[in-house]
Ligand binder design. Structure first.
Ligand SMILES: [Zn+2]
Ligand SMILES: [Zn+2]
Length: 275
């Protein structure tokens, strides 16, 4: 499985990305959850270019990537699963769960450590939430995330297939749970027993600090329930709730230059609201 996934890795990543992006975009047009407040054109261009910038930075700065670390660790016999040698399927499942828990913990960290919040606030500054918000991350946040992931993959000795599967699935679910799509209430309730739904993650993009510091999960919904960071619905309802950061109103967050500069901006008005 590792060889197959490694061989077709770029095609698999691109097909999943383009397929889910296209599908969610069509779904948003056919059945939107909220009326978007700003022009889609600027937001989309900025969010897509931020994602492209992050990908480019990774390829230049750490060309090995997490998959490369997994392959190197396997070759060197390094890491927990390479020492213990559990059945392959078990190592695969445990690695994916551990990586998902890491993303949850890292997300909490990015909200509470001021230096990391400077980067992560680029994601939250989006004044609307739709499929492209799911890929709107500052390239520096992408780089730090990759560093953390590479460390965890090495320590675990995670199979390369687990890393590829996790990354493809995370990319797809991030686009799904940011999408401005309407799901029947019963379907949402059933789905969110296992995975993070758009209604669940939208709470996290509220301007209200008590909602904004909830629902940190990106894939599995279990972590928020387990660590008591779960909030079922926004107080003002999904149609009326305000999205983004109160201190950064539209239109600035829709511009690429402003978004790239945001981590370095000297003043952060009303920071205490998001502590
Ligand atoms: Zn966040
Ligand atoms: Zn988000």
């Amino acid at each position: 499985m590792s060889e197959f996934l490694s061989l077709y890795e770029p095609q698999l990543r691109l097909a999943a990305f383009a397929g889910v992006l296209g599908l969610m975009a069509l779904w948003e047009i056919a059945s939107p959850r909220r009326r978007l407040s700003s022009m889609r054109r600027h937001r989309w261009a900025t969010n897509l270019l931020l994602a492209a910038g992050g990908t480019l930075l990774l390829r230049v700065a750490v060309p090995l990537l997490a998959v490369g670390v997994a392959l190197e660790a396997e070759r060197a016999g390094f890491g927990l699963f390479n020492w213990l040698k559990p059945p392959y399927a078990l190592a695969l499942i445990l690695s994916i769960l551990a990586l998902d828990l890491t993303v949850y913990a890292q997300h909490v960290l990015f909200h509470h450590v001021p230096l990391f919040w400077r980067m992560h606030r680029v994601h939250h500054a989006d004044t609307d939430i739709d499929v492209t918000t799911g890929i709107r991350f500052h390239p520096l946040e992408i780089l730090v995330s990759m560093g953390i992931k590479m460390g965890v993959v090495a320590a675990l000795g995670a199979p390369a297939a687990a890393v590829i599967l996790f990354e493809v699935v995370l990319n797809a679910t991030a686009m799904f749970n940011h999408a401005n799509i309407k799901l029947p209430r019963g379907v949402d309730r059933l789905l969110r027993l296992v995975i993070v739904t758009p209604d669940m993650h939208r709470v996290h993009h509220s301007v209200r600090p008590d909602e904004h510091n909830r629902n940190f999960g990106f894939n599995l919904s279990v972590w928020d329930r387990l660590f008591s960071t779960y909030r079922a619905q926004p107080r003002e309802g999904h149609e009326k709730m305000h999205i983004g950061l109160a201190e950064y109103p539209a239109p600035q967050p829709q511009y690429l230059g402003w978004s790239l500069w945001l981590p370095f901006a000297a003043r952060e008005p009303r920071r205490e609201r998001h502590a």
